[in-house]
Ligand binder design. Sequence first.
Ligand code: ADP
Ligand code: ZN
Ligand code: ZN
Length: 759
Amino acid sequence: MAGCNEKIYAEVILPLFSEGYTYLVPPGLAAGVVPGSCVVVPLGKSKVYTGVVRSVGTEAPPAGRMREIISVQDQVPVVSPTRLKLWEWVADYYMCTVGEVMRVALPSALKPSGWSGEEVAGKEYRTPTETHLALGPAASDESTLNEAFEKLSKRARTQYESLLRLVQLLGEDHPFGRSVPRRLADIPYGVLHQLQLKGLVAQHEVKVGPVAVESEFAGLPHLSPAQETALQGIREHFRQRDVVLLHGVTGSGKTEIYIRLIAEQLAAGRDVLYLLPEIAMTAQLVGRIRKFFGDRVVPYHSSYTRTRKTAAYIRAASSPGGTLIVGVRSSVFLPGANVGLIIVDEEHDPSYKNHESAPRYNARDTAVVLAAMAGAKTLLGSATPALETYVNARTGKYGYVALTERYGGAVLPRVVISDTITASKRGERKSHFNKQLLDSISKALDDGRQVMLFQNRRGFSPYVECGQCGWTASCPNCNVTLTYHKSGRNLRCHYCGHSAALPDRCPACNQPSVEPRGFGTEKIETELEPFFPQARIERLDRDTATSATRFERIISDFERGRTDILVGTQMITKGFDFEGVSVVGVLNADNLLAYPDFRASERAFQLLTQVAGRAGRRETEGLVVIQTSQPKHPVIVQAAAGDYAAMARGQLDERREFFYPPFCRIVSIRLRHRDAQVVRQAAAALAERLRLIFGKRVCGPQPPPVDRIRGEFIESVLLKVERESPFSKAKKLLAAETRELHRQEGFRQVSVTCDVDPI
Ligand code: ADP
Ligand code: ZN
Ligand code: ZN
């Protein structure tokens, strides 16, 4: 106990960029102010925020006037020490503030802010409650109840009937001391009021509690011998290691193995977190696992409403164990200390990395850290593991379990490489399709099967150009060409959202010669139609999947065979399980390879393998046609052969030689400013200072491929740090240098962001 005169202070995390907010704890609130509790505090002249207590102590901070905590939000579950520790780790590792972590880790409904205490109080989270009815004091036993019925039967027929109905619901043999939800009793308000006045019925609020769940899991899948061996292997490794990589080819039935491991954990009263890279995949998966785990499944993702997200958060955070959280990236912040297992499916997927705003965390790596903090295990699953993960697994840091055959006798698809140049020379190429691909599509459709066509969008968006003078439409705010959208006949910037009408005449030469160029999924769809007039063709990309619902509809139409051909971008490559697909076509593999990025080849391999993996997932063998002008390119050949090991060997050799991850760690530093001159000078100054410390480990500055976004010019500097040297120290030095840069007159307004382990 603190002495009477001793003051108590609390450091509070606020969802802001700066940190170090300390408040005085009023004696009346002391009991509720503990690390992790939600508190309402004043800030500045008139603002009020909800924050999370980071620490509590009696040592007076050096600051002068100290303000008081206004109130404690005791309806919100306390952020557990494990999760607070995780927030601290993310902030430290990814170079941001704990407040920025809090912003994504806590649903917005739980951290209201406003201009006054009342305003915030109005928005505070309240545990949902339900009104229950019970018998009142004037009907508390058999005799008084009978007396009441006696009286009512003569004078108040509706009251009599309502009371009777309530007693029936409460259980006629012994209705006393029990309650039922009012909505079940369905008693008109006026009647209820009368009964209450007479003391015959009492009403009270009951918190909507955890749902009752069954503890037996019926009908768990029987595993094939190969799956059983893999499961044993995983269990074996978990005895000595905290992380295991399940490297299982597409269609090998990794999900069924996860289901078995999940069942064990839930039965033992522990929580499980199951991460997926894509919202649409959560829908497909939740449908598949609800039949085993019912109400224990708590799905969570960003397109949920505030209320739904908050409810899921509360359930996960206050779970006594036995809850299965299924979600995308940000769900990594949900589990409490009871978590026993974290599954990261498709662990190689770049969507796990948040690169747009702080915290720029990778949910896969964060999951591994969380599991270690909570004493849990992590299972990473993929058919095409990230090279970082693969190296960790091959060097014994992680356990490694391979599953090399498809489930149920399905075989991996046959892959053919179709040379676009040869096809053109022979006159066997029409529009974007080689004859070989068209023939395969015809055959599949004749057999009543389905087809998926993949077109990489990046770098190949349709744009418009003047046929006379070569003018192209570009964004006034960003250094990119505008993308042409045929459906709306308009031009749009994919970086800032700027949109413009398609000009009738060229703004430069005034000729009516502005024409679409390049080819995106929309163009493919249009040009495919004349070849297959009977086929039902759908397209899945950012333009058609404008909402989660539309995405799910396109997917489910295809799943149910209402669509014959699905044309799409990366979106169709994710781990979907469609049984009717026999042919998968890759329209142009060249543009996957032509990336100015050290990960280009790895990504190309992953994409091609994942796309190919959608074909022939049941009895009949699938066929994959990869169109390319570089049929001999090692990555194309490796992907066609399904030879991950060869890809890994080749790529790791290159990475070692040019000193890239996994042989070093990278921090990518971006500087932005409205003035091109200022940002260039600032970047040069920062790079120079960094060189004094890190020498040739500093690359740049150089402008990124898109060097102007929303009117700001961008420069980037890369810092490479040896695996062996202390990364946190390097980052501290880097942070100090960026602060130093901001102290320089002219550079104050340059914004600097650091992306640790960029993808
Ligand atoms: P992966 O995720 O490894 O690509 P999936 O888990 O989607 O593969 O499995 C591929 C298909 O095989 C799915 O339709 C799945 O339901 C089926 N399957 C896999 N294992 C089993 C099993 N043990 N029992 C029944 N069906 C299975
Ligand atoms: Zn022109
Ligand atoms: Zn723009």
